[in-house]
Design a protein around this ligand. Structure first.
Ligand code: URA
Length: 258
């Protein structure tokens, strides 16, 4: 294979990964144009019973949410929870992702930020909020004296990037919720910030960030402040005024003033 063929194949593979292709379905290529359809008088199924493959054994019914509850509940600490997610086989998103994106920042910090799902950069690096939205998030936190290095712990509802950054599906959120509940319990922050609708859906069972933002509520047994997602603020800079009010509310709460 020459250099140009290699580059073209690599680009085709990247495009398929980006589009969410999860499986190769055969070891050897099949030329389906060359396959000859059965003659009209030829039975399509084997005639003799002993040739017919029996029904595939029913897969053991596993409730992914229950499996998540058991797996997350058995994790004794944050490294154990990361390992439990790495071993969790029920979420197909993992198969299209380059990396598990578990956390960044300071475990044990008073503030825990919960985002939605990794994007392309986060998937590449294996850390949450490292792309443009993450850089804005860092500037927002710095404006009230907070940083990942010292005072904030960050994670996402989904640890794997959905293909083409599509919204997480309800069943994906449902099977990740027990992991998030355990994550909050093990990280033990004083306060949560739920950024964006997916985070509110997972933590509060509600969406509608425009109405929810700015009002303290409770999620995973902790005081929680819903806020606009920084990716939304990049698209709608006029909403930064509301985000600033929410940041001041977070600061006041940390200082025991609210
Ligand atoms: N958006 C999120 O919600 N989380 C990330 O990690 C990146 C972008």
């Amino acid at each position: 294979m020459d250099y140009h063929e290699h580059i073209a194949l690599r680009a085709a593979l990247d495009w398929q990964i980006e589009a969410g292709v999860l499986d190769t379905i055969g070891e050897t290529p099949v030329d389906r144009y060359a396959l000859v359809p059965p003659a009209p008088d030829q039975p399509k199924t084997p005639a003799r019973a002993e040739e017919a493959p029996g029904p595939a054994p029913a897969p053991a019914e596993v409730d992914p949410v229950e499996a998540a509850r058991r797996s997350a509940g058995a994790a004794a600490d944050l490294p154990g929870l990361r390992a439990a997610l790495e071993a969790f086989a029920h979420c197909d998103l993992r198969r299209g992702a380059r990396n598990l994106v578990f956390c960044d920042g300071t475990p044990g910090a008073r503030v825990m930020i919960i985002g939605e799902a990794p994007g392309r950069e986060e998937d590449r690096v294996g850390k949450p909020f490292v792309g443009r939205a993450g850089q804005l998030l860092d500037r927002m936190l710095a404006a009230i004296g907070l940083s990942r290095a010292e005072s904030v712990y960050i994670t996402n509802v989904l640890p794997w990037r959905p293909p083409q950054n599509r919204d997480p599906k309800p069943d994906e959120i449902a099977m990740m919720r027990p992991f998030m509940a355990r994550h909050v319990a093990l990280a033990a922050p004083d306060l949560l910030v739920l950024v964006g609708n997916i985070s509110c859906d997972a933590g509060l069972g509600r969406r509608g960030i425009t109405r929810l933002r700015g009002t303290w509520t409770e999620a995973y047994g902790k005081p929680a402040l819903p806020m606009f997602h920084p990716a939304y603020l990049l698209r709608q800079p006029a909403m930064k005024r509301e985000a600033w009010a929410d940041l001041l509310s977070l600061k006041a709460r940390l200082e025991g003033l609210e």
